[in-house]
Design a protein around this ligand. Structure first.
Ligand code: NAP
Length: 265
C-alpha cells in the first residue's frame, strides 16, 4: 500500500452507475449503437433525432432488451426544439448527466463546387447543434456535480478532399471538446471526443452513392488502407463512448480518441 488514495474514493467512482443519457442522431448508425450500448450499461436513454418517429426502432431495440428509452424529435440546430425535447426527457426519464453529440450530416464537394448552403448546413448541424444541446444539458450536469460529454469528431478533422465543410466542423468539435473540459471540469463533468475512421453506416453508403461506386467495392477500397484490415462498425464507436461515460473515466477529459483501426499516415 502507498499513501495514494484509492481511486474508489473519488467522487466519480462513488457516483451511482445508472444515469440518464441523451444521444443525438440516434435513429440509426453510430448514434443508435451508442444509445443501445448505454442502455445495456444500465442507463435510461433519450433517443433524439429529427423526428421522434424516426427513433422508433432504436427505442424498440432498447426496450426489447429490458432497457428504458424515450424517443425525442428535434433538429439539434434549433434552440427552441432542443429545449422542448430536453424538457420532455427530464419529465419522462429524469435529468440527463450523460450527453453524446452524434447528430451529423455530410454535403461533400470540392471547394470550388461547394455552395454556401452546403457549408452552412454542415457547420450548423455539427457545431451549432453540439453547442445548443451541450449548453442546455450542462445545467443538469453542473446541478448534479457529475457529467459525461462525448462529441463525435472524425479522422476528416485532419483534412479530407471534398470535405472542407465537414473537416472544419469536425476539427471544431475537437476545440469545443477541449474548451468544455476546461470550463466544466470543476463541476465533475468530463468532455472527450471520438474521431472515427471509416465506419459502415448510411453516411458512408451516401458517399459511395455520390461517387458512383458500389458500397461493397467502396468498403473493400477503404479496408485496404486500414491497418487492422477491416472497416469499422457502429459498435466499435459505441465501445469507446461507453468507456468515456463510465464512472471510472472521471480523470480522462479533453481527449480525442481516434477509433480508426490504426494511425492515419
Ligand atoms: P448517419 O447514419 O447518417 O446517422 C446520423 C443521424 O443523425 C441520422 O439519423 C440523422 O437523421 C441525424 N441527424 C442529422 N441531422 C440532424 C439534426 N439536425 N438534428 C437531429 N438529428 C440529425 O451517420 P453516422 O455514420 O451514424 O454518423 C454519426 C456521427 O459520426 C456523425 O457525427 C458523423 O459525422 C460521425 N462520423 C461518422 C463516420 C462514418 O464513417 N460513418 C466517420 C467519422 C465520424 P436523418 O436520417 O433524418 O438525416
Amino acid at each position: 500500500m502507498t499513501g495514494t488514495p484509492s481511486p474508489d474514493a473519488t467522487p466519480e467512482a462513488a457516483a451511482p452507475a445508472a444515469r440518464v443519457a441523451l444521444v443525438t442522431g440516434a435513429a440509426r448508425g453510430i448514434g443508435a449503437a451508442i444509445a443501445q450500448r448505454l442502455a445495456a450499461d444500465g442507463h435510461a436513454v433519450g433517443v433524439l433525432d429529427i423526428t421522434a418517429d424516426a427513433c422508433g426502432d432504436t427505442v424498440a431495440a432498447i426496450t426489447a432488451a429490458g432497457g428504458r428509452a424515450v424517443a425525442l424529435g428535434a433538429d439539434v440546430a434549433d434552440a427552441a426544439a432542443v429545449e422542448a425535447a430536453l424538457s420532455r426527457l427530464v419529465d419522462e426519464l429524469g435529468a440527463p448527466t450523460i450527453l453524446v453529440n452524434n447528430a451529423g450530416i455530410i454535403r461533400d464537394n470540392l471547394l470550388f463546387k461547394m455552395t454556401e448552403d452546403d457549408w452552412d448546413a454542415v457547420l450548423s448541424v455539427h457545431l451549432r447543434g453540439a453547442f445548443l444541446v451541450t449548453r442546455a444539458v450542462q445545467a443538469h450536469m453542473v446541478a448534479a456535480g457529475w457529467g459525461r460529454i462525448v462529441n463525435l469528431s472524425s479522422t476528416s478533422a485532419l483534412g479530407n478532399r471534398g470535405q472542407a465543410n465537414y473537416a472544419a466542423a469536425k476539427a471544431g468539435m475537437q476545440g469545443l471538446t477541449k474548451t468544455l473540459a476546461l470550463e466544466l471540469g470543476r463541476y465533475g463533468v468530463t468532455a472527450n471526443a471520438i474521431a472515427p475512421g471509416f465506419i459502415q453506416t448510411d453516411m458512408t453508403r451516401q458517399t459511395a452513392a455520390r461517387i458512383g461506386v458500389p458500397f461493397d467495392e467502396f468498403v473493400a477500397a477503404a479496408t485496404r488502407e486500414i491497418p487492422v484490415g477491416r472497416a469499422g462498425t457502429p459498435d466499435d464507436i459505441a465501445a469507446a463512448a461507453a468507456f468515456f461515460c463510465a464512472p471510472e473515466a472521471g480523470f480522462v477529459s479533453g481527449q480525442v480518441l481516434y477509433v480508426a483501426g490504426g494511425p492515419r499516415a
